[in-house]
Unconditional design. Structure first.
Length: 423
RNA sequence: GGAGAGAUGGCAGAGUGGUCGAUUGCGGCGGUCUUGAAAACCGUUGUACCGAGAGGUACCGGGGGUUCGAAUCCCUCUCUCUCCGCCA
């Protein structure tokens, strides 16, 4: 959520910057600025009326205690009109405030200056590539066939138990999952992130805080009987740790990492790139989250990108880093880097991480603030997060890229975690 | 699932209709004292909005009501805790 005062003071900046996200904010911004003015006028009037009312009430109290009942009763007659006015002011005020809030949540975050213009995935900017592209035999198998051949993942069994997109990992497949989770958590811990194990369901307030609600409601599984949502990413519970808190500037940044299962309905995305592990309803992910000082958040974003890059390098996967264009960025992000690894048998780049700076957008919703040393007024902090990493597509690339006639090779760095070198 | 209790400032915990935005203690910050620290003592210490400022308004879980006036009374919702039952 953008800052209301900022919109009021810089309506043109908001409209101009959002063009890069292919979002025409003109009508919304104009409505907001107009309502804002009305709101302030109403507040001034209401406050004045309330001040007078308070004064009279106090006087009546004093009269009563002094035993001057008649004078007190006389004073009461003046209050009924005031009371009616206050009621009307308050009613109009909350009506307008409600409208402003409805409009505010419609505005996406402003993109950072470095965000390239563009409509979609084709316009993303490749900022870096690394790793060696594997040479594949023509007989190379896609991961879903390898998974079946070595009995690593049973997609059909998942369909029986739950439905499409809920695979069952077994044997060395399950061990590989656990090894990756432990490896990613160990690396994050080494990098100074405190590990947390969050709930896998969140309430509405948390969903709103990080921006999933109200606009992406359809992407989350909803447990209606208790009105809870299955988390689409650990970002939601972990970032919400800091909802409604005021931190000390000297304690920034706060760094957390969490492993969690992630649940996504993926409504409307059937039929494309959904084979095997490419797109699932439930998957595992290790997430990193930071709460940062606004002056430091872009520096920290680069550090987080470097951390993720270290992971794909250690896994010996060919990768590239993209700076997302305005049209491909999420609603909440100011700047996003995506990581893709090359899955050789499919001949496809697969997104395995998304690292974003949300600046004050989430923090504003979360009321996540910090106080500068010696300063009285709290200010809004910045939040960032990134996948480090999402498992399924990493597994897909590992299986495909490392296949050989004698089996599938496990990257050296993972062997202490898997306990085996080959599948 | 059954029964009961409760929700007040960073925390603990008073306050049951009127100078209560809220006693007090702890914690935090500033100071006195000290070579330094501790102790002791003194002071200070919520957030948001409106306003150039002076200042004003709102907030005692959420919403509504009674009243000139509500943290305090009434209604309602949510949440938390305790005990019993069930159970990893």
């Amino acid at each position: 959520m953008l800052n209301l005062k900022f919109i009021q003071d810089n309506p043109d900046v908001v409209i101009e910057k959002l063009k890069k996200k292919n979002f025409d904010a003109t009508a919304i911004v104009e409505s907001i600025t107009e309502l804002y003015r009305k709101k302030n006028n109403l507040q001034t009037q209401a406050d004045q009326a309330k001040a007078e009312m308070n004064k009279i009430s106090k006087e009546i109290g004093i009269l009563f205690r002094g035993g001057k009942r008649a004078e007190a009763d006389a004073a009461k007659t003046r209050t009924s009109e005031l009371k009616e006015n206050i009621k009307q002011y308050d009613q109009q005020f909350s009506e307008i405030e409600g409208k402003v809030n409805e409009l505010l949540v419609l505005l996406p975050n402003l993109p950072h200056e470095s965000v390239p213009a563009g409509k979609g995935a084709d316009d993303n900017e490749v900022v870096k590539s690394g790793g060696e592209m594997p040479q594949m035999e023509a007989t190379a198998l896609p991961h879903w066939e390898l998974a079946a051949k070595y009995n690593l993942i049973d997609f059909e069994l998942g369909v029986k138990l739950t439905g499409a997109g809920f695979p069952v990992y077994r044997g060395k497949g399950a061990r590989l999952q656990r090894a990756l989770i432990n490896f990613f958590l160990a690396e994050a811990t080494k990098a100074g992130y405190e590990e947390v194990q969050p709930p896998l369901m969140v309430n509405e307030a948390s969903g709103f805080g990080t921006g999933q609600l109200p606009d992406k409601e359809g992407q989350m599984y909803h447990v209606g009987i208790d009105n809870l949502y299955l988390i689409p990413t650990a970002e939601v519970p972990v970032t919400n740790i800091y909802r409604d808190v005021i931190l000390e500037a000297k304690d920034l940044p706060y760094k957390n990492t969490a492993y969690s299962a992630c649940f996504r309905r993926e409504a409307g995305s059937y039929g494309k790139d959904v084979r095997g592990l490419n797109r699932l309803h439930q998957f595992d992910k290790v997430e990193i989250v930071q709460v940062a000082h606004p002056d430091k958040s872009y520096e920290i974003l680069e550090q987080m990108v470097a951390h993720v890059e270290g992971l794909v390098q250690k896994l010996e996967l060919p990768y590239r880093i993209l700076r997302l264009c305005g049209g491909d960025m999420s609603f909440t992000s100011a700047l996003t880097y995506d990581f893709e690894v090359y899955s050789a048998a499919q001949g496809k780049w697969l997104e395995v991480s998304s690292v974003s700076n949300f600046e004050a957008f989430q923090a504003n919703r979360l009321k996540l603030r910090f106080r500068e040393d010696g300063s009285k007024k709290p200010q809004i902090a910045h939040t960032l997060n990134g996948s480090a990493l999402a498992l399924p597509r990493i597994v897909a690339a590992l299986l495909e890229n490392n296949q050989a006639s004698e089996g599938i090779r496990i990257p050296k760095v993972l062997v202490p975690y898997t306990g085996f070198e080959m599948i």
